[in-house]
Design a protein around this ligand. Structure first.
Ligand SMILES: C[S@@+](CC[C@H](N)C(=O)[O-])C[C@H]1O[C@@H](n2cnc3c(N)ncnc32)[C@H](O)[C@@H]1O
Length: 397
């Protein structure tokens, strides 16, 4: 039985091998990037002398993660890229040494990368090398999510753009997997609102020969449409400075959607199956919206929409969660908790976000100093929650 809400100290591969098969729901992680940082501990990954060696290590680690994941589990893998340099591991880089800010004890950890057609200055493309290797190893490579950083690390380059993104790959163990798209829907704004105004209300692209109800912004009672849409694959998230002695810390906002989509708020206490959301879907015709809604159209439009999609409507589906239900056949009350694994736990961000959303975590970390930082963050969070509960108790008498 796997002990949860614990960070295991040790080498990722050795510790993973002690975990039982199909015991966690979701893995959210950021391994050491290749050749970028020195985490100051013997046995660390990321300092392999070639990208190929690094990829081989990553495949080994994530093969174990796959074994440990439930059949319906997903992996959310954050990776960043680096450039080929001509210097060796542990030497100072005179050309680019401080530019990338990845310095430990005055040494640039970045490890060459020349070979296999790669020359100094080439982008290694390591996130995709890893993604393709994982796919070849049996993972389903479902999506490349772009983490767009509005506050990227400054670079003094003049012959390319400043890098302002990293990747999060969504990989699944099987074709079908747990994914709660409702949990991470985003506001359909502002582009959609603008589109609704211009396309449907100013009439510029309106179906010819049909009347129209007038410009929405002139319509009395007009209010913004506050609809939701499926989350897009570019996530704009600011990096946040971290006070503790760890670099490369996830922003909590970056991994919140991964945990919310990859796990359920409740699970079967017997077999661990995540409960599924029960969603009511209602398809709306335009004339069913209140006239103050920018999507509203009077009946005169009916015929035109028939011609569009044969359904007599303009394709608006609104969803409402009406409850949660078991996805297994066990007699259960949904009192179990989903488990989020981070095999490179660092300062414990995955643990923090998991706990904030009533999920359990399980972590692995090689550096005992980082485990102390993570445990401190977890106990601070628990203390905050206890204080809040005491305060509520007092308030309610
Ligand atoms: C990019 S950091 C993870 C940061 C983390 N996401 C956070 O928010 O703090 C990668 C971590 O992997 C750890 N690490 C490196 N090699 C390891 C190994 N062989 N086994 C376990 N952990 C390792 C490093 O010590 C480092 O803390």
């Amino acid at each position: 039985m796997l002990e949860t809400n614990k960070i295991y100290q040790g080498d990722v591969l050795k510790v993973l091998k002690t975990f039982p098969d199909e015991s966690v729901h979701c893995c959210v992680t950021s391994p050491p990037y290749w050749g970028l940082r020195d985490y100051g501990v013997e046995g660390q990954l990321g300092l392999e002398s070639t990208p190929e060696e690094y990829v081989t290590k990553m495949v080994e680690v994530f093969r174990e993660v796959k074994r440990v994941l439930r059949k319906d589990g997903t992996l959310w893998l954050n990776l960043g890229d680096s450039y080929v340099t001509s210097h060796a591991v542990g030497t100072k880089d005179d050309d680019t040494g401080w530019k990338h800010g990845a310095i430990s004890k005055g040494y640039q950890a970045r490890a060459g990368g020349v070979g296999n057609g790669r020359k100094p200055k080439d982008l290694v493309g390591i996130p995709w090398m890893v993604a393709f290797a994982l796919r070849a190893d049996g993972w389903y490579l479902r999506q490349d999510i772009i983490w767009h950083k509005p506050n990227p690390m400054p670079e003094s380059v003049k012959d390319r753009c400043t890098k302002a993104h990293e990747y999060i790959f969504l990989l699944s163990k099987n074709r079908k997997y747990y994914y709660d798209n409702e949990a991470i829907k985003e506001d359909a704004k502002p582009e959609s609102e603008k589109r609704y105004k211009s396309t449907f209300h100013t009439g510029k692209k309106e179906i010819s020969g049909q009347g129209r109800p007038g410009n929405a912004s002139n319509t009395p009672g007009y209010k913004k449409w506050t609809g939701k849409r499926n989350k897009r694959s570019v996530w704009t998230i600011t990096t946040k400075p971290f006070k503790g002695a760890h670099f490369a810390v996830f922003p909590e906002d970056l991994i919140e959607p991964c945990i919310l989509a990859g796990t359920s708020p409740q699970a079967c206490e017997i077999c661990g199956a995540p409960w599924g959301r029960v969603v009511e879907r209602k398809r709306f015709k335009r004339n069913e919206f209140p006239p103050s809604d920018p999507r509203y159209r009077p009946n005169v439009y009916q015929g035109a929409y028939d011609r569009i999609n044969g359904k007599g409507d303009a394709g608006y589906t609104e969803t409402k969660t009406i409850g949660w239900q078991p996805t297994c056949t066990c007699q259960n009350e949904g009192k179990g908790r989903c488990i989020v694994l981070d095999p490179f736990m660092g300062s414990g961000t995955t643990a923090i976000v998991a706990l904030k959303h009533n999920r359990n975590y399980i972590g692995i970390e090689l550096n005992p100093e980082y485990i102390k930082i993570a445990e401190k963050r977890v106990s601070e969070l628990e203390a905050q929650e206890t204080n809040l509960l005491n305060w509520l108790d007092e308030l309610l008498g």
